[in-house]
Each structure stands twice: as structure tokens, then as C-alpha cells.
Design a protein around this ligand. Sequence first.
Ligand code: NAP
Length: 274
Amino acid sequence: MRTVTLADGTAVPVLGQGTWQMGRRRFRRRREIAALRLGIDLGMTCIDTAEMYADGGAEEVVSAAIAGQRDRVFVVTKVSAPNASLRQMPAACAASLRRLRTDVIDLYLVHWRGDVPLDETVEALEKLRAEGKIRRWGTSNFDVSDLQELGPGACAANQVLYHPEARGIEYDLLPWCRERGLPVMAYSPLGQAGILLQHGTLAAVAQEYGATPAQVVLAWGLRQPGLISIPKAAHPRHVRANAAALELKLSDDDLRLIDVVLPPPVRKLPLAAL
Ligand code: NAP
């Protein structure tokens, strides 16, 4: 699979798997674990979760999915903003490690910017890194101004909302990150399978390629260099379709057609987030 190379040389597959909404219901657990395992087998070995998802339940689903194959998987989890302090972060990270049943988190993201001063958050993250509990850290829902305040260097990736109906980052954040070699992780890349997937133009484009609108939307996001997309799929049919979307290369004409109906930004927009 095509990869994005992090600053430390680690290659991460451009297509990963999300886990929001997983771990909420016991009766769905086996299906969710099976979906993630199928995705890993298909090369989608970057798995994104968070301490907040299902109050840790999603991390537990991930732990079951990666059992026996931890070394194949790039585990991303997130610390919630109120826990991003020197006092709270060690316990939050320890709890994530316990739920994930692993010794080390590959990428630990600050889920969103809260009230804790950034300097303090960075100090707490660097401490965890020095202790070997996380391999690297990054941010989520950080706009250009937040990243500028963070300064150059240690942030390994920034995870933000990105899909054809939420293109604001194309105006400034995406180019800014690209110039600095900072990978961007696109969350909700399918627009949470809402009305976006009913869009007539996307359906028409999909038909041309014998694909589905979801596959077109994923291929559309993955046209951006330096971008990692993390769709969530609990249905095996969706998992397979997402993996197959990697083969899809949209023509310039089709990209222009999408620009007409779902236009790129022409000015700075506030960073969209869920
Ligand atoms: P998403 O990936 O855009 O959409 C998920 C929905 O799409 C699910 O209902 C899924 O159904 C459906 N789906 C998946 N593949 C499909 C396909 N090929 N065809 C049709 N439908 C398909 O939304 P998301 O879960 O919000 O975002 C992805 C991940 O990003 C999250 O799971 C989470 O890990 C991360 N995230 C991060 C933040 C943040 O603040 N950092 C915020 C939101 C999300 P099934 O599950 O039934 O297969």
C-alpha cells in the first residue's frame, strides 16, 4: 500500500481505520473486532482510536483486534483536552495503554485544544515519549495558528476533518503542513456516510469507474500527497470496498466536475470539526 513517511522515517499506510462508535454495544463487539482484523489483513494497519470513544470501549475493541499482531499495526489514540496536562496525562496514557493491552502507543494525539497551556501539554507529551510510553505525538483539530504556536519540530501529524463537503483546510492548513512535511490525517473522510454519499455527481462519477460513491470520496481525499485517511467501517463489505478504493484514480476531468458542485474554499474558513 502507498505510505506516508513520518519525520522519523516511519512509513504509515495512507489508508487506515477509524473506530468512533465502536465499543459502545456488547452485541456488536465481535463484528467490530472482525472488521478491524479484516482491514489489517487488507493492509489498513493504521488504527485510530481515542480514550473518549465509548469511554475507552473503542480502545478495548482495538486491543482485541490487534492481539497477536501488535507489531503489524500502527496504533493511534488520543488524550482528551482536559487530560492534556502534566498532572492528568500520565494517568490518561496509562489507562489507554492498559485498555489497548500494549506497552507503547505509536502516535498519541491531543484530541483538541483546550484550556491547558500548550507548553505544559508538550512537556507532558515529551515526558511520556522519554519514558517510552508513546513513540511520537501529534495534534488533532489544530488550525495553522495553533500549529504555529506549537513551533517547529516534534509534532508528528495533525488530524482534522476533511471530505468533499468540508474542504476548508485546502485553503491554508493543507499547504502549510505539506510545505513542512507534516502529515495530515483526514477524519470522517466519508462525511460519516451522510447525504454526501447520496450526491448525484459523485454517484455519476462512481458509475463511470464501476465504483461506489464512498470509494470515489475516499479516492478524492487520497489524491492529496502526505494525507492519511481513516474511514471507519464495521461492515465487512465496507472494509473491502474501502481497501479497494486505493486502486481508484480519479481523472482530472472528474476532479474538476467535483470542484464545480462541491467547490474548494476561496478564503480562510474557521477550522471545521465534529
Ligand atoms: P466516516 O469514516 O466518514 O464514516 C463512517 C460511516 O461510513 C459508518 O457509518 C460506516 O458504516 C460507513 N461506511 C464505511 N465505509 C463505507 C463504504 N465503503 N460505503 C458506505 N458506507 C461506508 O466517519 P467517522 O467515523 O466520523 O470518521 C472516521 C474516523 O475518524 C473515526 O472513526 C475516528 O477514528 C476519527 N475521528 C476523529 C475525530 C477527531 O476529532 N480527531 C472526529 C471524528 C472522527 P459501517 O460502520 O456500518 O461499516
